[in-house]
Design a protein around this ligand. Structure first.
Ligand code: FDA
Length: 283
């Protein structure tokens, strides 16, 4: 009972449990001028058989994107393709997916960023993928104190960065805790992205961070970037920004492993938790 209620609630942020549901969502978004990034839900996968299955799922997904002629990239979490078991194995899995992207019109491969114990290895694996495959990007989290140095290291190497605030519970020695500090760091890192030539993405629903990027765009008309947002969050704003002439992309997660992702989304807004609590207690 509680789990079916949770799923009903989680559906707010996921396309559904199948790849077909993800493709349908992207098709709908494309009809509104919004591009997609599909993500098969799943993280901390322990068995190599499961990892191999996940790699194949992404290859099938790339076929489906081509067959359906939808405009969508893909995004993959390191611990769904082996980072928690072996670094080289994980790199070889990303490279296999990158090969498949290459054979599908050089589609883009994004590397999601997970929690702090994986940050350095995720950057290292991304650089290995980038050496062979330029259409690859990495998420960098503005709540991490190290991110400014990470950008200084990554950008000269041609890295394409998706700037996000960060979604995990982390110890205070590695992250900024206060909302204002995170916003300020987000703005500082946005300045760094606008000051260089590589493509980048500003991935947030926060008006302050969005407006900061819009202001910089006025002063740097040549900057090559897009706004990215999550499925189920501020849908009206996505459409409005398309009408203002910005490139907007929606992150579309799908799959049966929806719980950890949905819990992170629920935590992000107090009213989500209150709403869930109310529905659980009222049956
Ligand atoms: P903030 O949380 O302050 O939200 C700003 C406003 O947006 C809120 O006031 C509310 O109106 C609305 N909002 C935000 N979240 C909501 C929710 N769940 N429900 C309802 N309203 C909500 N993180 C990470 O650690 N690694 C990653 O790889 C990625 N990848 C990623 C890709 C893309 C395309 C996006 C947009 C985000 C991520 N994230 C991520 C998640 C990111 O780190 C962050 O947790 C969320 O984007 C929420 O932060 P905001 O910047 O939107 O600000």
């Amino acid at each position: 009972m509680a789990s079916s209620l949770l799923l009903r609630f989680a559906r707010h942020w996921i396309a559904g449990e199948t790849a077909e549901s993800g493709i349908e969502r992207v098709k709908h978004e494309n009809s509104l001028g919004i591009l997609g990034i599909l993500n098969l839900l799943g993280e901390e996968i322990k068995s190599n058989d499961e990892v191999a299955k996940t790699v194949n799922e992404y290859k099938k997904l790339l076929n489906m994107i081509s067959d359906a002629k939808v405009k969508s990239q893909i995004s993959v979490k390191p611990t769904q393709v082996g980072l928690n078991s072996d670094f080289d194995y994980c790199v070889s899995n990303y490279l296999e997916i990158a090969e498949s992207c290459m054979s599908h019109d050089n589609n883009w491969l994004w590397v999601d960023m997970e929690n702090a114990p994986y940050t350095e290895q995720t950057i290292q694996l991304y650089l290995k993928v980038l050496e062979k495959y330029p259409n690859a990007g990495i998420a960098i989290q503005a709540y991490m104190k190290r991110s400014e140095e990470d950008l200084e290291r990554l950008l000269p190497k041609g890295a394409k960065v998706r700037l996000v605030k960060g979604a995990y519970n982390e110890p205070t020695d590695v992250v900024f805790r206060h909302k204002d500090e995170i916003k300020k760091n987000f703005a500082r890192l946005t300045d760094m992205l606008f000051a260089q030539q590589n493509f980048f993405a500003i991935a947030t629903h926060d008006d302050y961070c969005i407006n900061h990027a819009k202001d910089l765009k006025k002063r740097t008309p040549g900057a090559s970037f897009e706004f990215e947002m999550l499925l189920g969050v501020r849908d009206n704003l996505k459409a409005q920004m398309v009408s203002e002439g910005y490139q907007v992309r929606e992150y579309v997660p799908y799959g049966p492993e929806w719980l950890p992702y949905s819990m992170r989304r629920m935590r992000e807004k107090k009213s989500n938790i209150l709403l869930l609590g109310r529905s659980l207690f009222s049956g």
